[in-house]
Write a protein that binds this ligand. Structure first.
Ligand code: PLP
Length: 366
């Protein structure tokens, strides 16, 4: 069987270091926040080329706190895309603000920069681009529009650890960047985790307080806060794994290049790397004509090859968000992508042998 991701293979490749880090953490009894989390914040912020890192319990919490830190609340509108994981939209709703969707560009799968301005109203406060699949959104025009209209920019970098836009690491390009350490992400904890990074000391301080009950110091609550703290054990594990992320990212990129070659002659539309980006391939998504997509996935499953669909229903068509008032046809590129994308196995421990098998199975199934 070729899995979609292989968390076990990765664990086994670094088992001794992880086990010893976990045992040391247990002995330290710093189970919540503590020194390991603090060191992770410094090291991960440094990895993103940002001044501050605020570790939290999930990527969703990072997005929620980032929105609160820049002052988003009830009555405000935040521009984002419907073709993303639901958490992007959920975090906006947590603040009381309204998500306003803009369609994706069908080539990059990230926000269509030419459709942002017409979505701006007097209530718009922020733009929340998603670096989907590990490829950065086109940040320069986004920042330019934000400057012109006085908006803040929060990057959803949950799938894009180490991705670069014109040589600059994502997360430190907008006002705040938000990462997830969910186990299957490019940098995954052994449980839940997330981090917000920023160069703005005010935003950093606000997020530090908000994640820990809004405390300025113990039992002095200056903000209405949350319990969004990161576990010490995740900090210890992520510090070990952060030392490998560049090697793992390069492995993903090499496997992506290999898929590109193996599938070049097929009828599939392969991922396109935009000229500005270092793509980190959280997902290697191919595009299949919609009437063939589900049959291809089924056929691969029968050949013991696991694939994924990211995502089968865009957020504007999810029942939970029907109250936003969107309908089928509102975002044609997001809707088409949701019918046509298929994600092939992609992880640093995938072998070229497994990959060749995947490519053969894809070609013979089409
Ligand atoms: C995973 C993910 C999130 C949420 O992160 P969690 O750690 O699962 O809360 C947000 N946005 C995107 C695009 C994601 O892929």
């Amino acid at each position: 069987m070729i899995p979609f991701v292989d968390l076990k293979a990765q664990y086994l490749s670094i088992k001794d270091e992880i086990d010893s880090a976990v045992l040391q953490l247990l002995a330290s009894t710093q189970f919540v926040l503590g020194n390991e989390v603090k060191s992770l914040e410094e090291e991960f912020a440094n990895y993103c080329n940002a001044d501050y890192g605020i570790a939290v319990n999930t990527g969703t919490s990072a997005l929620h706190l980032a929105l609160l830190a820049v002052g988003i609340g009830a009555g405000d509108e935040v521009i984002t895309v419907p073709f993303t994981f639901v958490a992007t939209t959920a975090a906006i709703c947590y603040t009381g603000a309204t998500p306003v969707f803009v369609d994706i560009d069908p080539v990059s799968y990230t926000i269509d920069i030419n459709q942002i301005e017409k979505a701006i109203t007097d209530h718009t406060k922020a733009i929340l681009p998603v670096h989907l699949y590990g490829q950065p959104a086109d940040m320069e025009p986004i920042l330019e529009i934000a400057r012109r209209y006085g908006l803040t920019v929060i990057e959803d970098a949950a799938q894009a650890h180490g991705a670069e836009y014109k040589g600059q690491r994502v997360g430190s390009i907008g006002d705040i960047g938000c990462f997830s350490f969910y186990p299957g992400k490019n940098l995954g904890a052994y449980g839940e985790g997330g981090m917000a990074v920023t160069n703005n000391p005010e935003y950093a301080r606000t997020m530090q307080m908000l994640r820990d009950w809004g405390q300025e110091r113990r039992y002095h609550h200056v903000l209405k806060g949350y319990n969004y703290r990161m576990d010490g054990i995740q900090g210890a594990i992520l510090r070990v794994k952060l030392r490998y992320i560049e090697a793992w990212t390069e492995a993903r990129r090499a496997y992506a290049a290999n898929y590109d070659q193996l599938l070049a002659e097929s009828s599939l539309t392969l991922p396109r790397v935009m000229p500005y980006s270092r793509h980190v391939y959280h997902v290697y998504a191919v595009r299949v004509p919609s009437q063939q997509r589900d049959a291809l996935q089924q056929s691969l499953q029968e050949q013991e090859i696991q694939t994924g669909i990211h995502y089968p229903i865009p957020v504007h068509l999810q029942p939970a968000y029907a109250d936003l008032g969107y309908k089928l046809g509102d975002f044609p590129h997001s809707e088409a992508a949701s019918r046509e994308v298929l994600s092939l196995p992609m992880y640093a421990e995938l072998t070229t042998q497994a990959q060749t098998q995947v490519a053969k199975a894809v070609i013979t199934s089409l």
